[in-house]
Design a protein around this ligand. Structure first.
Ligand code: SF4
Length: 202
């Protein structure tokens, strides 16, 4: 891979490859309510504190990097939990503003964080968790082989798209309703036409 991309690019790619390309190939960015709320939730997790919660040690805003996956970023929280051999093992926890999704997007992103930590620390990380704002609860994520394969494939495809300067065509779907780049994606459509198109998907 020619370049190292932010973990947020993988998040955008998993949501919609065109959205990722608009940001990383066309260099477009817009903020809407969803990204603003997500940023506030992350700011709460990104306090930079190191301490203990419920008897478990944790580090916040942990820098991540994987040369193999071509990724860099920051983990919201990495807890240090005792493994079966009694030694502390990293346990990444990601904060999300919304509710658990049917799609694998969030789990793939968390697994990518774990794979960065594995490469950096030379350890195996079997699981982590995602904290959802609605409802306020944690979902445990086991980093199984199938999830790891999804991370490798998504990273490979994303790098090929961005390094090739490719911007896929728009495919209107339900995800477009919450998309921060709907205006830039469909510049020819007026707000009313856009809203009409998206309402038809409800
Ligand atoms: S509006 Fe829809 S197709 Fe366009 S970038 Fe957003 S999610 Fe993708």
């Amino acid at each position: 891979m020619d370049q190292t991309l932010p973990l947020s690019a993988l998040q955008h790619y998993l949501y919609c490859p065109r959205q990722c390309a608009l940001i990383h190939v066309e260099k477009v960015w817009e903020e809407n309510r969803f990204t603003a709320e997500g940023r506030l939730l992350h700011l709460r997790a990104d306090s930079g504190a190191t301490g203990r919660r419920g008897g478990i040690a944790e580090d916040r805003s942990v820098p991540l990097r994987s040369d193999r996956l071509g990724l860099y970023g920051v983990a919201d929280v990495v807890e240090l939990r005792p493994g079966p051999d009694g030694r502390e093992r990293p346990y990444p926890v990601e904060y999300k503003r919304g509710s658990p999704k049917v799609e694998d997007w969030d789990r793939v992103q968390l697994c990518a964080q774990a794979m960065c930590l594995e490469e950096m620390l030379g350890v195996t990380i079997p699981e982590g968790a995602i904290f959802y704002g609605k409802p306020r609860r944690r979902e445990r994520v086991v980093f199984e082989k199938v999830l790891r394969v999804l991370v490798e494939k998504a990273c490979g495809d994303m790098h090929a798209m961005i390094e090739g300067g490719e911007v896929p065509p728009a495919e209107v779907g339900k995800r477009c309703r919450g998309c921060s780049l709907a205006g830039a994606c469909m510049p020819g459509a007026s707000a009313r036409v856009e809203s009409y198109l998206l309402k038809g998907l409800e």
